[in-house]
Design a binder for this molecule. Structure first.
Ligand SMILES: O=C(O)c1ccccc1NCC(=O)[C@H](O)[C@H](O)COP(=O)(O)O
Length: 271
């Protein structure tokens, strides 16, 4: 029986095929050659001083449907940055998350911190797209990729001067992310096959992420207590979507989450 993840990836492949017809890989590569170098997301997430926030631009989700009206992702991203976020995550999948590469462009132009392309990356073309649209970090999900694909895509991401966030949801996927050479590894509390969120997945798996790898806790943050729990399990960064886009004040919400994770945000410098 096909899972939600299978269905999402089927749609992603169809949309990808249309984009590739409109802009063949050779032309996309030429476009990438004109782009300035990206920002160092690994350095940003490795800086000492408490937990880092990867704040997400998330319009909708398969589990919840429409989440938030985001008329201008650039404005939201600027608020996140002012709230102390280290990285902005932009969901670019269109069918289920309502995202787009245009959102990525808008966010890239609005902030001077690294930007993550959050999508279901299954082919090298999408990595080239990420670079062409100014991403510094690319999500690679172990649940969506065979080991050879994970390794190959990670190699391409790094060849293009970006970093990858390798994502795992169980022990086997975590081993695969580490074997592939992941330097930033996320544990997703959301089971992408059932869509259930179980924060104990993060506390079970994060302690197995080696000290030299940046461990990221993904999904299920509902407030400062969640951040405290994830940090207690060893998270050096938390990736938060829903709690930020559904709140009234993303800048203050970001600061509150960071304070719970022991990071002091300098209000004057960041606003
Ligand atoms: O969010 C979903 O429903 C979802 C369903 C299927 C695949 C991926 C999904 N979300 C992607 C994410 O990993 C989250 O957007 C991200 O970790 C933030 O999660 P949250 O803070 O719980 O919104």
């Amino acid at each position: 029986m096909s899972t939600v993840l299978d269905q999402i990836i089927r749609g992603v492949r169809e949309d990808l095929s249309a984009r590739r017809s409109a802009l063949p890989l050779e032309q996309l590569r030429d476009l990438v050659a004109t782009k300035p170098a990206g920002l160092d997301a690994l350095a940003a997430l490795s800086a000492p001083g408490g937990v880092h926030l990867i704040a997400e631009v998330k319009r909708a989700s398969p589990s919840k449907g429409a989440l938030a009206d985001i008329p201008d992702p650039a404005v939201l991203a600027a608020e996140y940055a002012a709230g102390g976020a280290s990285v902005i995550s932009v969901l670019t999948e269109q069918r289920r998350f309502g995202g787009s590469l245009a959102d990525l462009d808008a966010v890239r132009a609005a902030v001077t911190i690294p930007v993550l392309r959050k999508d279901f990356v299954v082919e090298p073309y999408q990595v080239w797209e990420a670079r062409a649209h100014g991403a510094d970090l690319v999500l690679l999900m172990a649940s969506a990729l065979q080991q050879g694909e994970l390794t190959e895509l990670l190699g391409l991401v790094e060849e293009l001067g970006m970093h990858a966030l390798l994502e795992a949801h169980d022990e086997d996927e975590l081993t695969r992310c580490l074997d592939a050479g992941g330097r930033i590894v996320g544990i997703n509390a959301r089971n992408l096959k059932t869509l259930e969120v179980d924060p104990s997945t993060v506390s079970r798996l994060l302690p197995s992420v080696p000290a030299g790898v940046v461990g990221v806790a993904e999904s299920g943050v509902t407030g400062p207590d969640s951040v405290r729990d994830y940090v207690g399990a060893g998270a050096r960064a938390v990736l938060v979507g829903e709690a930020l886009v559904t709140g009234a004040d993303p800048r203050s919400a970001a600061r509150e989450l960071l304070a719970a994770g022991g990071r002091r945000v300098d209000v004057e410098e960041s606003s």
